[in-house]
Write a protein that binds this ligand. Structure first.
Ligand SMILES: *Cc1c(COP(=O)(O)O)cnc(C)c1O
Length: 236
């Protein structure tokens, strides 16, 4: 049987090997463990192996897990990486440390307004629609600069970088094109905001290519926790 500990170790090895191949330092690349649909027991198992960054996609599910685990494990950093509608911003603002999926000014303003005063600023990545599929949410290159300005001006938000979900494809050239475009946008944004340091790209199937293209945070779900079984959860 493959355990979460084995899979985590293997994932770290993949990251290290990809870093070596790209002449990068492995410690420039953070591992975000995507625990959506997985029980808290599995989060705790990963935590005990040293994992500290966890990503969730569904606001309600994130809130339940965070409220349960925050008192026990205050050093977990919680990242919201799912689609974010207006009626869910409050949950994210009150519970999460990071949000990767801000692509509209309205959402940014709501998050700022709803972020409690006693919490540090919410770390924000702008989601870019790099696959140009209409079905995917995300800002385009032009919207990015305007949105960055809005986020940067909010006292309770901290602009950290960019995130994207590339096309679900095995076409290497297309994957490479999208990832390198995102890196170029990140470099452009960094010229105006030198403090940004997060390029959130790379999932279980493309983490090597993402690291080769400058990713600083890979979001890994199934390679750590196994395949997801959506049928067992009522909310999806
Ligand atoms: C589910 C999800 C992941 C993890 O995907 P895997 O292929 O299981 O590694 C990463 N990012 C986002 C936005 C996700 O929704």
């Amino acid at each position: 049987m493959t355990t979460i500990a084995d899979r985590l170790k293997k994932t770290h090895q993949r990251i290290e090997q990809a870093a070596v191949n790209s002449h990068r330092r492995a410690d420039e690349i953070e591992l975000l463990a995507v625990s959506k649909t997985k029980p808290v027991s599995q989060i705790i198992e990963a935590y005990k192996q040293g994992q500290r960054l966890f990503g969730e996609n569904y606001a309600q599910e994130a809130q339940e897990k965070i409220q349960q685990l925050r008192p026990l494990y205050p050093d977990i950093q919680w990242h919201f990486i799912g689609p974010l509608q207006s009626n869910k911003t409050k949950i994210v603002a009150e519970n999460c440390d990071w949000v990767h999926t801000v692509s509209r000014e309205k959402i940014a303003l709501r998050l700022n307004e709803q972020r409690p005063n006693d919490l540090p600023p919410l770390n924000v990545c702008i989601q870019i629609n790099i696959s140009y599929e209409d079905s995917k949410s995300g800002a385009n290159a032009t919207q990015m600069m305007a949105l960055a300005q809005v986020i940067d001006a909010q006292p309770k938000l901290r602009l950290m970088g960019l995130m994207a979900i590339p096309s679900a494809t095995t076409n290497y050239e297309l994957q490479q094109k999208e990832l390198s475009e995102l890196k170029a946008l990140f470099d452009k944004l960094k010229q105006s905001y030198p403090h940004i340091n997060t390029l959130s790209m790379g999932m279980s199937n493309d983490l090597e290519l993402a690291i080769a293209n400058g990713s600083t945070m890979v979001r890994i779900g199934s390679a750590i926790f196994g395949e997801r079984d959506y049928s067992s959860t009522s909310q999806h």
